[in-house]
Design a protein around this ligand. Structure first.
Ligand SMILES: Nc1ncnc2c1ncn2[C@@H]1O[C@H](COP(=O)(O)OP(=O)(O)OP(=O)(O)O)[C@@H](O)[C@H]1O
Length: 882
């Protein structure tokens, strides 16, 4: 996908999420609340300001005091006691809207106590919020003195109506009044610090009213602006008059006492007893009185507690203000930018090529979400809150990325399928054409016409072969690993193949301590075999150390293997252990041993014989118990003959000899190795095409299994980057891909092979073995090739032989002999024939195995011979020079 497309998609997703955020759609808002809760929890709890105390009326109190509502005289008692304790303010979070006509004296007592206390702040509540201006309801004139006037107008300030106020006597006697509304009942996120009740007058929240008291600010020094409220000089950042509640704890972080304990403590002091609560701490504090009763349903959900007293919400808001730890939420525009950046990142990651689907589907989205979470949390620690909306954009983009990836793969599969069907159609068409041409050939009389028809036929044959090869490149090859493949310690091989014997040798020799010499070409798996021997031996829990003797200079090699003493050479500042010491009890694998010097070989021989050696620069004789496995890709016997390898070391090492044949000599392993490497490189369900497998089977693999491994690694990358689940010829290096076509032009292959073998006596059998065909087939092809060339060279045997021999005059004599044999055989066979038809039917009958395309050449020769146009003399066959 192009960068512009990614940018556009990221923009559209972010825009969509932006709209969803503005629309405040329910399921998204709920998820957002969950995200908010999570952030509060991850940030952890702390203590609420010590100047705040909460006295709560719990179920126990309600029960002991005769049920709810409590007698108003009880509130009077609490206020009286708190006043005596010299608290700074008392906030009564109880709605006392109606007088109690049965006990007017209790109402009077309460009103009087409130008046005398002169520090009681009462709460009221708007039944309706956000009603239109016109809908203002009547409210008692008595509340006017508690209102805040403002010049600033803001259409977004919350408006309230139907105010449920304390009854008039209470309003008359209290020191202040605040509303108790908050927005969202379950997990209240914010509180409107002011609610508009008419043109330019606002009722503060109980929390704002008490903040004013905390800072001793007169009511007319409260200033309301669009995005802030000033208490004197103290600035409270708001958004349309609302403040986000910065929760810092559940009930554990609050200083809170049950009212019964409070009253009992008071009585205890009076009676000279030890109080349960230290009442002296109430002095100068702001005390809230409220209900905390699960039975009455007076609980709300908060981040730290799902049953939290509603009064606690006002306490949290108040704590937010007096601590000055305001929470700011990122703006929708910033959220849009974050959504865009994260969406772009995730689209880029999920649409990356050469990455497996598992990583794209699971790892990348989880990683990006984690980054977003950590980022949100880091900001939350400094009181900046990002909502969950950018996370929705991430999820949405991941989903889109994944759908896109699968869609591309699906399209590729359909494309491959349709190309395959197209090729299949073409093959059918060509095959029909071949039948048609063959029938036409039968009916033709003149050789000139036949000749052009034959070349047309051959062209069509070649086209079919070409198409078949293409077709095979579009169909996957199924490898039956479970049935015929086997594995031992990571060595993959075919059951019943050449490697089976080697594996059984490995299993037999592993338990002994005898040295092993492994020979084989580079990349054939020598190290793997050595490792298997170690793993299958008693030494498996000890070290397997490997060193490539040709990769390090000789002096370094010795210090690596034998170690050195301090001061053994310049730079030897410390004694160092060698690999032999490190591998004590285990196995050491000396790769490319034939590349070492004779003096080094002597040291190895000593270890083999006695296990003894000296560190470089040391005199102490060290002894180790190490099994030695050596390997070489050289002809070691030749090295001995040339004096480059010690014969005695050879005999010691050669006790057990394992020769690993090169891959080209055990092609039966190839399908299983392919399957093994596809799994090893976690290719998912990528397969190889038939044509690729044919190429693999035909190729010579000079670099052996290592080369095959690398070819598959590269092919997986290529196929993946093209969104294909099929490895095709175009994914292979050219020299390997080329070999897929090797088998197709069989005539050329046969001729090349015979030429290579100089048409020797055994060349036909050897070619047959090499190409996996039988001897008879090769012979018939050669017969056909001879007659065709004879015709093309105007029946000049010498010329034709030279052409068949590939212009090699030495070889052409051998070919000539063969050609003459074929001619004589034909002449003999047609001797009795009288007519052309007889000749044709005889050739059909006698040369049943001759490929059809060569029949016309034999017929032409025979007819001309019968007519006398060709004679033994003309052909120069009577002379002794043949
Ligand atoms: N039979 C096998 N099954 C699976 N993987 C194999 C097999 N043989 C070889 N390999 C793999 O092919 C690669 C080359 O093998 P290894 O290093 O053992 O060859 P080598 O003969 O020691 O090569 P060199 O002589 O270059 O060191 C390794 O990645 C190895 O895991």
């Amino acid at each position: 996908m192009k960068v512009q497309h990614k940018l556009l998609i990221a923009f559209l997703i972010s825009f969509l999420i932006f709209i969803v955020e503005l629309a405040k759609l329910q399921p998204f808002e709920s998820l957002n609340s969950l995200f908010n809760e999570l952030k509060f929890r991850l940030r952890g709890q702390s203590q609420v300001d010590t100047s705040l105390i909460f006295l709560y009326i719990d179920d126990n109190a309600i029960y002991s005091l005769g049920g709810y509502p409590l007698k108003r005289s009880y509130y009077a008692l609490l206020i009286d006691l708190l006043t005596q304790l010299n608290v700074k303010a008392i906030a009564l979070d109880i709605l006392l809207t109606e007088r109690n006509s049965d006990y007017p004296e209790r109402d009077e007592l309460l009103a009087l106590t409130i008046k005398n206390s002169n520090r009681v702040y009462l709460g009221g509540s708007f039944a309706n919020l956000k009603r239109s201006d016109k809908d203002t309801s009547n409210y008692s004139k008595l509340i006017e003195k508690f209102l805040i006037k403002a010049n600033e107008k803001n259409p977004n300030f919350i408006k309230g109506s139907n105010f449920l106020a304390p009854f008039d006597e209470l309003l008359n006697s209290c020191a202040g009044l605040g509303h108790l509304n908050y927005i969202q009942l379950n997990f209240p996120k914010e509180i409107p610090l002011i609610i508009q009740i008419d043109e330019n007058r606002y009722l503060p929240s109980l929390s704002l009213e008490l903040s004013r008291i905390y800072y001793n600010i007169p009511r007319d020094s409260v200033k309301i602006l669009k995005n802030e409220i000033y208490l004197g000089r103290m600035k409270i950042p708001t958004k349309d008059g609302k403040i986000l509640i910065n929760y810092i704890a559940g009930t554990k972080g609050l200083k809170m006492y049950p009212v019964l304990d409070f009253v009992r403590s008071y009585d205890a002091i009076k009676s000279g007893l030890e109080p349960e609560i230290n009442l002296s701490e109430f002095k100068d504090k702001i005390v809230f009185i409220g209900i905390f009763s699960e039975a009455l349903g007076q609980v709300v959900n908060t981040p730290f507690q799902d049953k939290f007293p509603p009064t606690g919400i006002h306490l949290m808001a108040l704590n937010t203000i007096i601590r000055g730890k305001f929470l700011t939420e990122t703006t929708s525009t910033l959220n849009f930018i974050l959504s865009f950046v994260f969406s772009l990142l995730i689209l880029h990651l999920t649409l990356m090529k050469n990455i497996s689907n598992i990583i794209k589907l699971l790892v990348f989205p989880s990683l990006v979400i984690l980054i977003f979470l950590l980022f949100s949390l880091a900001l939350f620690v400094i009181d900046i809150s990002i909502p969950a909306y950018p996370a929705f954009a991430i999820l949405f983009s991941s989903l889109l990325g994944v759908i896109y990836t699968f869609e591309i793969e699906r399209k590729k599969m359909i494309e491959i399928e349709s190309q395959r069907s197209k090729i299949e159609e073409m093959i059918k068409e060509k095959e029909l054409k071949i039948i048609e041409l063959q029938q036409k050939l039968e009916s033709l009389k003149l050789m000139e016409e036949k000749s052009s028809l034959i070349s047309n036929l051959e062209k069509t044959y070649d086209e079919v072969k070409e198409l078949t090869s293409k077709f095979e490149d579009f169909s996957d090859f199924n490898i039956n690993y479970e049935i015929n493949g086997a594995e031992l310690e990571g060595i993959v091989y075919s059951k019943g193949g050449k490697m089976e014997e080697i594996i059984s040798t490995v299993q037999k020799v592993a338990p002994s301590d005898a040295p092993v010499l492994i020979t084989g070409e580079s990349g054939a798996g020598k190290e793997l075999i050595a490792m298997a021997i170690h793993k299958l031996s008693e030494r498996k829990d000890k070290k397997f150390v490997t060193i490539n003797c040709s990769a390090v200079p000789e002096t370094l090699l010795e210090s690596e293997l034998f170690g050195y003493e301090k001061g053994a050479f310049t730079g030897a500042t410390q004694r160092k252990k060698g690999l032999f010491e490190i591998a004590d009890g285990g196995t050491i694998f000396l790769d490319e041993i034939a590349e070492t010097s004779l003096s080094f070989q002597t040291k190895i021989l000593r270890i083999l014989q006695s296990g003894e050696f000296n560190r470089i620069g040391g005199t102490e004789v060290l002894k180790v118990n190490v099994r030695i496995i050596a390997a070489t890709n050289r002809d070691i016997e030749k090295a001995i003959r040339e004096g480059k390898f010690r014969e005695d070391l050879y005999y010691r090492l050669n006790v057990i000899r394992i020769h690993i044949p090169p891959l080209r000599e055990r092609k039966e392993d190839i399908p299983f190795l392919v399957e093994h490497f596809l799994r090893k490189f976690k290719s998912g369900d990528i397969k190889v095409s038939h044509a690729v497998m044919i190429a693999f089977l035909n190729y010579d693999w000079p670099g052996n299994i290592r080369q095959l491994e690398n070819a598959i690694k590269r092919a997986i990358i290529f196929a993946r980057s093209d969104g294909r689940k099929l490895i095709q010829l175009k994914d292979l290096p050219e020299e390997i891909a080329k070999s897929a076509k090797g088998k197709i032009d069989i005539e050329e292959k046969i001729l090349n092979s015979l030429r290579e073998k100089k048409f020797s006596h055994s060349s036909i059998s050897e070619t047959a073995n090499e190409l996996g065909l039988n001897r008879g087939t090769i012979g018939e092809y050669l017969r056909g090739i001879c007659f065709r060339n004879l015709y093309e060279c105007k029946f000049d045997i010498t010329k034709a032989s030279l052409k068949i021999a590939g212009d090699d005059p030495d070889v052409s004599e051998r070919v000539k002999k063969k050609l003459i044999d074929y001619i004589k055989n034909l002449i003999e066979n047609i001797a009795q024939c009288k007519s052309e038809d007889e000749i044709k039917s005889l050739i059909k009958q006698k040369y049943k195995n001759l490929p059809l395309r060569y029949h016309p050449y034999l017929e032409e020769f025979a007819i001309r011979f019968q007519k006398g146009e060709l004679t033994m003399e003309k052909l120069n066959l009577n002379g002794g020079d043949t």
